[in-house]
Design a protein around this ligand. Structure first.
Ligand SMILES: Cc1ncc(COP(=O)(O)O)c(C=O)c1O
Length: 330
């Protein structure tokens, strides 16, 4: 456990997120043991995985003496909402550069961005690279206003951001020791820009007692592109930390649950939302965590998991439930 805080951290979490069993869902799915790591409860702006990245990204921004945080995504981006919340907690301004030329419904994440007083802009462009250019242009504008901007790329998947999930692995392993839990057979987690999975994979190098395998469920890219992206991120992170590179065979990603595309709810994702809500009183969202849970359910139904011990790593996204209210009630 000697690896703690390799980079400066701006603390945003209130201690550890809970690690607890899901006995009723496990019984329903005939899984030997099922647990959840509650990164939907990360303590700022309704929580989610990005807060763990933001602790280290804001550590970097503070170190550089910045006073405005600029990031981007879709107008319903969880990452943008959590960046705005984290910036506010750090006493900084938040500028959000959105893809496309329409805000859409003033609901869910966008509503929360507005309530936090984030400055919102429509870039007219799509895609992570084009958005990064648009954010850099905004950073120049901020400089002409005499501000000191800090740009965070879409998803916050930089070395420092992804390091947040190495840190999270350590936390989870510590909780497993306290609860006398032996290693899981599988951890299941949603994959968007890939940094969360990359951080967990590098964390598992350091703490192999976490799990035998980690399954990433892509909500966006196909398997090949998602795997390439996660490999690129694990390579950068391992190199920065002077660890051995992750063998490509360790990166296991399924894109079988993307459905009609990013942000489009699927029937199995909606079923997963209801199943978790009905059995455990917990919520996943239609864009990320509902699809990841659908991936877990599909494995449990296809394979015999009656002897398996599985951890669902909940990454948040709760405001998405409200943006998709109409389809969820279908
Ligand atoms: C709720 C939720 N889960 C999972 C992810 C995916 O995380 P990553 O981009 O690190 O793969 C995101 C990213 O925005 C998210 O908002």
């Amino acid at each position: 456990m000697e690896n703690r805080e390799r980079y400066p951290r701006f603390p945003l979490l209130w201690g550890e997120t809970p690690l607890h069993p899901l006995p009723r869902l496990a019984q329903r799915l005939r899984i030997g043991g099922l647990w959840v790591k509650r990164d939907d409860l990360t303590g700022v702006a309704l929580g989610g995985n990005k807060v763990r990245k933001l602790e280290f990204l804001l550590g970097e921004a503070k170190e550089a003496g910045c006073d405005v945080v600029i990031t981007g995504g879709s107008p319903q981006s969880n990452h943008a909402r959590l960046t705005a919340g984290a910036a506010r907690r750090a006493g900084m301004e938040a500028w959000l550069v959105f893809a496309g030329s329409r805000y859409g419904k003033e609901q869910g994440n966008l509503l929360l961005d507005r309530l936090m007083g984030a400055r919102c802009f429509l870039s007219g462009v799509y895609g992570s690279e084009a958005l990064l250019e648009a954010m850099k242009a905004k950073a120049q504008e901020a400089e002409t206003e005499g501000k000191r901007p800090f740009v965070i790329p879409v998803g916050g998947s930089t070395v420092r951001g992804d390091y947040g999930y190495v840190h999270a692995t350590e936390e989870c392993v510590r909780q497993m020791e306290e609860q006398n839990l032996s290693p899981f057979n599988r951890v299941v987690v949603a994959v968007g820009s890939g940094g969360t999975l990359a951080g967990l994979l590098v964390g598992k190098q350091l703490y192999p007692q976490l799990t035998e395998q980690i399954l990433g469920v892509s909500v966006w890219l196909d398997e090949e592109r998602a795997t390439m992206e996660v490999a690129r991120l694990t390579d950068s992170l391992s190199q920065a930390l002077a660890f051995e590179p992750i063998p490509p065979s360790e990166i296991e990603i399924t894109a079988a649950h993307v459905g009609g595309g990013y942000g489009r709810p699927t029937a199995e994702g909606k079923r997963a939302i209801r199943l978790l809500a009905e059995t455990e009183g917990l919520f996943v969202d239609p864009v990320y965590t509902g699809k990841a849970l659908a991936g877990l359910i599909a494995c449990a139904e296809r394979e015999d998991w009656s002897q398996q011990r599985v951890l669902f790593w909940h990454t948040g996204g709760t405001p998405g439930i409200f943006t998709h209210a109409a389809t969820l009630l279908e």
